[in-house]
Design a binder for this molecule. Structure first.
Ligand SMILES: Cc1ncc(COP(=O)(O)O)c(C=O)c1O
Length: 339
């Protein structure tokens, strides 16, 4: 077995042994195929390449203190992939095929699931795209579904670090009636210039506003936004936000901790009222937001005046990762033990 420096793993791609694949052709999905290749042989006229018929998901496997491998709310990823497939007229992946691929790809790459003490995890990337040839703009009649894995390091190696966000008015990641609420690759392509602009200005990421009025908070880079005020967890409601499974879970945890929760449009004007703010998603669970800077209006909102994340953010974060790693009882029934 290879020796890995688990605690120094970054957040990039590392080759593992196998991936799994299935093709939808003539109206049905093929049996799952195991592949040791990192490459796909793709038709030059595939709709995934030309017309953006492409979707992906992201979830993680966690090794517990008991040595068991757990996956968090994978059924929600399967559902979201289904919804994304419907949104751009791709053949949806049945939940049972998603499950089979998940269990198989983890089992085949078990040695890449990092040990509990490292804080690292196995990132799982399901991918679905139109692989049939078309030249006119229409949905493909053939689709490829695959799942690969790669070990990733802890997002915050030396404890949680607040991230500063820049409000973006120059670019939108998604249109109000567009594809922002599903996980298609095009949304990420559309976000790249905004992210580059934020980085060039010295920020960790970008805070997108609603595309119609530029008045409400949409997303926080590739993550959902939340603010805390008066024992209330507040997160934006918008037709162009990707429904985050982490956010959905934090809402339940907040309720369980006796907090009120609100999902509603959040105007920028309210940013000054939050005691804490965070960006949530599978990658980091929670990235505490340090400052939100509105360069155009010369405004700075500071949520980490003490230097670190606030107490509610920390409490929510600790509870969620304790469930994911199996350190605390999974009273919500969110975790599946793979083996
Ligand atoms: C645009 C966007 N928003 C939010 C999220 C967070 O979603 P989840 O918590 O399901 O990882 C992600 C990551 O998948 C994302 O890409």
């Amino acid at each position: 077995m290879e020796k890995f420096d688990w605690s120094n793993l970054g957040f990039g791609y590392i080759k593992t042994d196998y991936n799994v694949r299935s093709v939808f052709r003539d109206g049905k999905w093929s049996n799952l195929e195991i592949s040791a290749s990192e490459y796909i042989n793709i038709h030059i006229a595939a709709t995934g390449l030309h017309y953006g018929q492409e979707a992906f998901e992201g979830l993680k496997a966690y090794r517990g203190q008991d040595g068991k491998i757990r996956v968090f709310r994978w059924e929600e990823n399967a559902k979201r992939l289904h919804k994304t497939a419907d949104g751009i007229l791709m053949a949806p992946v049945p939940e049972e095929l998603f499950r089979e691929a998940l269990f198989k790809v983890i089992d085949l790459n078990e040695k890449f699931v990092p040990p509990y003490s490292s804080g690292a995890t196995l990132y799982i990337r399901p991918l679905l795209f139109g692989s049939g040839a078309e030249v006119g703009v229409k949905p493909s009649s053939e689709y490829t579904f695959l799942m690969f894995v790669t070990p990733v390091g802890p997002y915050f190696k030396d404890g949680m670090k607040p991230v500063n966000m820049m409000i973006c008015r120059d670019y939108d990641r998604a249109a109000p009636l567009g594809t922002g609420n599903i996980k298609v690759g095009g949304n990420y392509a559309a976000s790249l210039r905004a992210i580059r602009q934020a980085k060039e200005n010295g920020f960790g990421n970008v805070l997108f506003l609603d595309a119609r009025e530029k008045k409400y908070i949409d997303e926080c880079g590739p993550a959902n936004f939340f603010g805390i005020r008066n024992n209330t967890y507040i997160t934006p409601k918008s037709e162009s936000i990707l429904p985050s499974i982490t956010n959905m879970s934090l809402i339940e945890i907040a309720k369980g901790m006796g907090m009120k929760t609100e999902r509603r449009p959040v105007p920028i004007a309210e940013l000054g009222e939050f005691e804490e703010a965070g960006a949530c998603g599978t990658a980091a669970v929670i990235s505490p937001v340090g400052k939100i800077v509105d360069l155009e209006n010369n405004m700075i909102y500071d949520y980490c005046k003490g230097g670190g994340p606030g107490p509610v953010t920390m409490k929510l974060y600790k509870k969620l990762i304790a469930i994911q790693y199996g350190d605390q009882e999974d009273t919500f029934n969110w975790v599946t033990i793979i083996k």
